[in-house]
Ligand binder design. Sequence first.
Ligand code: ATP
Length: 371
Amino acid sequence: MTDQSRIDIRKVTKLYGGVRAVNEVDLTIDGGAYCCMIGPSGCGKTTLLRMIAGHEIPSSGAIAIGGEDVTALRTGDRGTALMFQNYALFPHLSLTDNVAFSLRVRGQGADQRRAAARAMLERVQLRHLADRVPSELSGGQQQRVALARALITNPKVLLLDEPLSALDEFLRLRMRVELKRLQSDLGITFVHVTHTQPEAIALADQVVVMDHGLIEQAASPRQVYGRPHSPYVARFMGGQNVLAGKIEKVTGAVAVIAAPDGTRYDLIDASGLVAGAPVKFSVRRDRIALSDAATAARNAAHGKIVNIEYQGTFVKVSLDTGRGEEFIVYMDDDEYLAAPKEVGQVVYATWKPELNHFLRGTNDSAGTPHE
Ligand code: ATP
């Protein structure tokens, strides 16, 4: 299925009157990949999804699936299926007839389409409820019916618009596992729009981070989370502190950054940088040591604790370093309990220089909604 279900999006733009919902987007989604699109409200992710599905036509640009240009094809002719956010089930039809519906539209006989629907219900573990109507199901079960209904046409690409948002936290985590399992069993491409960073990171082979109609970064979850492209991606995906300074000197591939308060930082991968350039870089919140006394003058920050939040597996300690953005440290809970901190206390943070990650992209926004 790999090449047949690859998606190539080339210079796709969608205009709604004066609004550029999607702006000259280029993206390749490998066949058989699980792709998650994420970004603040209004960034264009649903519009992009709906253009892949054929529910919206691009204002310009082209979309190909499996190497075939589908830009002008009708929704039913491009090998995609879309699972709607609200499931859109028919309330008066049994699960079997809900799932068989699109086969009926395609003119398939009753016995054949019902047998196919039952087989698909089996796949989503609902065969035993095949004669019920949707109102007799839980939210998670309704979601599985919607999945079965989308998959019945054997699509090459399944498009999911916030498929888990109507579920409670517990069910969401369970359905997340089921979605991933289903995708790897079927071997087709899933494109899933979400608002939730941990969901994107847990599910995706490829995370597409959008902002204002543009793709900021499209890469593996490890890259997007651990090696963000820009200050925006670092802030939006979370887990990083964004710091600023000026390049003081460059020696080979190593640069020294000076922050406005005089602290120096070593940047190991500084290729292409020149002395005097302003830079932003990030440091992972979970790789920072905190102590009550200053231990190092470089690759360090200090400030007053403004908030402490216990998160179960770690403790989130927020510092006011006087540089505007809060500086956050995730402390291992055992380590924290061995030396608890207090709000108002001044603490010193240090980390290894190789953790300083240069943010090459220039988008410095905080990920505000684009209304
Ligand atoms: P959300 O997470 O809130 O669903 P989104 O990232 O999916 O947001 P889109 O729904 O793709 O965003 O919308 C992108 C932009 O296009 C927004 O500014 C939105 O108001 C605008 N837009 C979307 N659909 C239409 C439409 N049918 N007519 C006019 N403007 C639209």
